[in-house]
Design a protein around this ligand. Structure first.
Ligand SMILES: NC(=O)c1ccc[n+]([C@@H]2O[C@H](COP(=O)([O-])OP(=O)(O)OC[C@H]3O[C@@H](n4cnc5c(N)ncnc54)[C@H](O)[C@@H]3O)[C@@H](O)[C@H]2O)c1
Ligand SMILES: O=C(O)[C@H](O)CO
Length: 328
């Protein structure tokens, strides 16, 4: 039986996985050999950034479990995997919440404190003083109160903001959140928020949901921060909402196409701050992904349900499955 890995593991991580699954052969495919080796895997741990021939994987009929090293599963939830009764999929939901919050803060404060304009002036050695906005007292709407959204709510609270949120499972409202509504109350959230932060998954229901109508529903002068997936937003509509002045700014860690094409209007807009999908990045990312994989490997082999098991049609875990650092 074979475990195929595809994330930037070192010897330490491979040893940890091997120790947790002594009956398995552990093979580190990396991005270079993932397409070739995935059909031979019983278990896949990782995150393929390169195209994979999933038909070949499904025809081989070996794969039983995917432990993603990413929170977003859009890379592996192809129709054959979704329809399979045999393949379990679990995610890294919430695992990178502190880093995603740091990235959200740098975009959020960057945009409201006009960092893109100041950086442009700085590059020209110009000392340009312009009025800036501030966060205190504003209403922040978090769309998707999972691992990332909840962490953000906690760390935003000291700014005396009113935090409202929507979630697919609107249960267990944290103390920092004034109102938690079901996902279908998105327009209500948009109409009340000065800052909207996207922390929801990309799936059939959420693709392109931020269209011209949604932007028109947002408050005039509000900000959009997207640290989820670029395709949740229709970028043309976003550009128009910014150009008309309806939106005061946007901070984007993710874009519809990555890398963002050179011709995109977003590059030139001084109200926009862009980062190259680095929200989950940190030196400890691989350690954290491996720690969850090891916990789940032990559970999987003992017949216990793995943490962060996703509903494959939705692409995210039920709250009861979420790993919150429980001791095993
Ligand atoms: N920028 C980055 O580097 C980065 C890093 C991690 C995650 N992400 C993205 O952010 C998403 C969230 O990450 P997470 O770790 O918090 O995942 P998570 O699974 O813990 O949280 C997602 C939450 O969104 C909710 N949700 C689902 N559909 C919704 C809808 N239509 N409206 C409102 N809420 C909805 C779910 O119920 C869940 O609580 C991931 O799916 C991934 O695509 C991006
Ligand atoms: O989903 C995630 O974990 C990040 O976006 C990296 O893929």
């Amino acid at each position: 039986m074979r475990i195929v890995l595809c994330y930037p593991v070192g010897k330490k991580h491979i040893d940890q996985i091997q120790a947790a699954a002594p009956d398995f052969e552990v093979v580190n495919a990396g991005q270079e050999r993932i397409d070739e080796l995935l059909p031979t895997a019983d278990i896949f741990i990782g995150h393929a950034k390169v195209p994979v021939n999933w038909d070949r994987v499904l025809q081989a009929g070996k794969l039983r479990w995917i432990q993603s090293s990413a929170a977003g599963l859009d890379h592996c939830l192809v129709p054959g995997v979704i329809e399979s009764d045999e393949i379990v999929v679990s995610s890294a939901s919430g695992l990178f919440a502190p880093q995603v919050a740091e990235q959200t803060f740098s975009l959020l404060f960057g945009v409201i404190r006009r960092a893109p304009l100041f950086f442009r002036a700085e590059a020209k050695r110009e000392f340009v003083r312009l009025p800036t906005d501030d966060l205190r007292g504003k209403t922040v709407g978090i769309v998707g109160l999972g691992g990332n959204g909840r962490f953000l709510a906690r760390v935003l609270a000291p700014w005396d903001v009113r935090i409202i949120a929507t979630d697919f499972y609107p249960v267990d409202c944290p103390a920092e959140v004034s109102e938690l509504w079901p996902a279908d109350q998105l327009d209500r959230l948009l109409g009340e928020s000065d800052v909207v932060i996207l922390t929801l998954p990309l799936n059939g229901d959420t693709k392109g949901v931020f269209d011209a109508e949604r932007f028109a529903t947002m408050k005039r002068g509000s900000y959009l921060i997207n640290v989820a997936r670029g395709s949740v937003v229709q970028e043309q509509a976003l550009c128009e909402a910014l150009a008309s002045g309806h939106l005061a700014g946007a901070g984007l860690d993710v874009t519809e196409v990555e890398p963002l094409p050179p011709e995109s209007l977003l590059w030139d807009d001084p109200k926009v701050m862009i980062s190259p999908h680095v929200g989950a990045q940190s030196a400890r990312r691989v350690d954290d992904s491996t720690a969850l994989a090891v916990i789940n490997l032990r559970r999987y082999q003992s017949g216990l349900p793995v943490y962060n098991r996703v509903d494959k049609r939705l692409g995210f875990p039920h709250p009861s499955s979420v790993y919150r650092g429980q001791a095993d």
